[in-house]
Design a protein around this ligand. Structure first.
Ligand SMILES: C[S@@+](CC[C@H](N)C(=O)[O-])C[C@H]1O[C@@H](n2cnc3c(N)ncnc32)[C@H](O)[C@@H]1O
Length: 493
């Protein structure tokens, strides 16, 4: 069998864009470094994925996936849940497991920033802001690393990018999250010293010196670069204000332009020398990739070398930059009023004890799922609007109840005339634990089911009109169905 490479390689960047970029970086790399970079650019960049620890056993999942789909894999050295797929006969996006949110496809370099946080120094249930979050790859990583027991506010200023963020978080099964749509500048002023950690994965020039589908190379003018650096500095200052003293900030970009990366950190250090420090990367990551001392003209603050600069030819990834900072003192300045809306206006009403008992006992009887323990462990409460029931983070209610949001928590399910139906995303999160109401779809019907067809069948041992969880032949969650005469009808999300 001929094996295809995992990622169809995009057309190379136009020659003049490529040459301009290489000319800019030649003085920083030297002749030998430049030759290595050019050689690396010709190699295909393997796709990578991060496993979802809420849905799979990370110790077993990758060998099961590799066996099922004929992948060759190797670890992402700095991310315990990250794997590169070196070879695959078919695209790694086209599997039941990917649809079920069991892994997220993400460049290896993009797994670096969240791994930089030192969670042992943060509270057990940290309150985290992902300031520029869409489409949400790093938010899912933050949720994993904090065990989905704290709160992650996933914010993005672009209204058109919020829906993608919502879909990613739902598919991941993340519950202790809220999505907001503000400019990141708001948080420093309106929520000073509120967060234990802030990720600023900043809007940047994307000059990562490695063309991929998601990062085509394009020409960037000096003034655009200056504008981006200024915006990053503003956002980083806001992050510094929003974090409490002792809290952590990770600043990252997918560009290697020193005017942004080291240049921005240098300016921050000049502005707030007594309030912030750049931290040495944790040893567990095993990476030697120091930031630049100078861009050839400008000498940077000496601590800027503690940042991580992943050159494609030394790291074997796309170009990437990241640094972890600690806030060591408060910043002067007045707080401003955050946007406000009485929570009652959301139309959400908290389930009372009786309603909760009925719903929880029903889920136990029908599916063998214990929602009570989950709510307690994850610090969530159930709220209802219309027929929909949501799990909502306690920490959001404690700290941000008045803040208008785009979406909050996780939809647990809907009341229907035929009983309570767990939602697609909630059931997918717990599919490994479901003990009854399970329907194993015959392998030969799998593609037709994925194409939206109902499954024709009669005489199943389920109550009419009840809901079943549908699995494929490998036990992977495929969705929900309703038992009707002569068929299992697909239930949409
Ligand atoms: C590099 S992307 C983020 C990628 C994301 N962190 C991930 O891992 O999936 C940068 C994001 O910043 C957002 N953005 C741009 N200006 C912003 C601002 N002033 N405040 C907040 N977000 C902003 C963009 O809409 C874009 O989604």
């Amino acid at each position: 069998m001929t094996r295809k490479k995992t990622r169809p390689q995009p057309a190379p960047a136009p020659k003049d864009v490529q040459t301009d970029a290489l000319t800019r970086y030649a003085p920083l790399l030297g002749e030998a470094g430049l030759a290595c970079l050019v050689a690396e650019q010709a190699r295909p960049l393997p796709q990578a994925l991060r496993l979802n620890p809420f849905k799979v056993d990370p110790g077993q999942a990758i060998s099961a996936l590799a066996g099922r789909y004929g992948w060759q894999v190797s670890r992402v050295p700095f991310c315990p849940l990250g794997w590169q797929v070196l070879e695959s006969p078919a695209p790694i996006s086209q599997t039941s497991e990917h649809r079920a949110g069991q892994y997220y496809i993400q460049d290896a370099a993009s797994m670096l920033p969240v791994e930089l946080f030192d969670l042992e120094k943060l509270p057990e249930r940290p309150v985290i802001l992902d300031m520029a979050a869409s489409p949400g790859g790093k938010t899912t990583h933050l949720v994993d690393r904090s065990g989905d027991v704290g709160l992650v506010i996933a914010n993005d200023a672009s209204p058109s990018r919020l829906q993608a963020l919502r879909i990613v978080l739902q598919n991941w099964g993340a519950a202790n999250t809220a999505i907001t749509g503000y400019s990141g500048d708001l948080f420093g002023q309106a929520f000073p010293e509120t967060f234990d950690a802030v990720l600023l994965d900043a809007p940047c020039s994307m000059e990562n010196l490695r063309t991929t589908e998601s990062h085509p190379m394009r020409p960037i003018s000096a003034s655009e670069r200056r504008g981006l650096a200024q915006r990053q500095l503003r956002l980083l200052e806001s992050a510094l204000r929003a974090v409490r003293p002792g809290g952590q900030i990770v600043y990252s970009t997918c560009t290697l332009a020193p005017e942004e990366d080291e240049g921005v950190l240098d300016e921050l250090m000049q502005m707030y020398p007594l309030a912030v420090q750049i931290e040495r990367p944790p040893q567990r990551l095993g990476i030697q990739a120091p930031g630049l001392e100078s861009d050839g003209v400008r000498q940077f603050h000496p601590d800027v070398t503690l940042a991580l600069r992943l050159w494609p030819h030394t790291a074997g990834t796309s170009g990437f930059f990241a640094a972890r900072l600690t806030k060591i003192d408060s910043l002067p300045g007045e707080a401003s009023q955050p946007p406000q809306r009485p929570f009652e206006k959301t139309g959400l009403a908290r389930l009372d004890t009786g309603e909760l008992e009925t719903l929880g006992n029903g889920l136990m009887d029908s599916f063998g799922l214990d929602i009570f323990s989950w709510l307690e462990e994850q610090m969530l409460t159930l709220w209802q609007r219309g027929n929909d029931v949501y799990a909502i983070p306690d920490q959001y209610m404690n700290l941000f109840a008045g803040l208008p949001y785009h979406s909050l928590g996780l939809l647990v399910g809907q009341h229907t005339p035929d009983g309570f139906y767990p939602s697609h995303d909630w059931l997918a999160r717990f599919s490994y634990a479901v003990q009854s109401q399970v329907f194993d779809l015959p392998a030969e019907f799998r593609l037709r089911w994925l194409g939206g067809e109902d499954f024709p069948v009669d005489g199943l041992p389920f109550t009419a009109r009840s809901m079943v969880m549908v699995r494929d032949e490998a036990g992977c969650f495929l969705g929900r169905g309703r038992v009707l005469p002569g068929r299992i009808k697909q239930l949409r999300r």
